[in-house]
Design a protein around this ligand. Structure first.
Ligand code: IMP
Length: 186
């Protein structure tokens, strides 16, 4: 699966129907944040966002977490899989974390899980670094496209097998900034 940013946007592509309004997303994010905070068995939580798609989701999510929880944030950036790594899901880490995760409670925040290859690879990488706890939080789950089982601890919404944009998700770099999540009309 190509990342949205790898797609060429043709002039006839348009933003289609709204799947989730900004308001509905906000409510869901609040309840996810409360659950995550209450289920964190430590004082500190390291929230790791996968750039660029998870930026808005992460920033809304952490701002709904209570002050008693010592929330730290960090980001990783990864490349799309090249032709030779499409089936293995091996991606290249373009930007790694600024600090170690050993003995810390880590929450990986991703915009959307499609085949599952990216998240599965990231989980494997993280496990080798021996965190005290490792959980995943994804805004959207495109279950029909799954090629590898991946543990999702917290999920915003299930989505159909359609290409979606907005609230951080893009198509050829476009439409990330939209407050609602829409289907793209190709
Ligand atoms: P996976 O490795 O196939 O699970 O791919 C996950 C990545 O594919 C996400 O982080 C997105 O960058 C990209 N992606 C998959 N589906 C969509 C979509 O509908 N809109 C935008 N990006 C998508």
């Amino acid at each position: 699966m190509l990342r949205g940013s790898d797609l060429e946007v043709e002039p006839h592509y348009t933003v289609g129907r709204t799947l989730f309004s900004g308001e509905a997303i906000g409510e869901r994010v609040k309840s996810l944040a409360e659950r995550i905070a209450s289920e964190t068995p430590a004082k500190e939580l390291l929230v790791v966002g996968i750039l660029n798609g998870a930026v808005f989701f992460l920033s809304d999510l952490v701002r709904q977490m209570p002050s008693e929880l010592d929330v730290k944030i960090d980001f990783m950036s990864i490349s799309s899989y090249g032709a030779s790594t499409k089936s293995s899901g091996v991606v290249r880490i373009l930007k790694d974390l600024g600090s170690g995760v050993e003995d810390r409670h880590v929450l990986i925040v991703e915009d959307i899980v499609d085949t599952g290859l990216t998240l599965s690879y990231l989980l494997d990488v993280m496990r080798t670094r021996r965190p005290a706890g490792l959980r995943t939080c994804v805004l959207l789950d495109k279950k029909e496209k799954r090629r590898i089982a991946v543990d999702i601890d917290y999920c915003g919404f299930a989505v159909p097998d359609e290409f979606v944009v907005g609230y951080g998700l893009d198509c050829g770099g476009k439409w990330r900034h939209l407050p609602d999540i829409h289907v793209v009309n190709f």
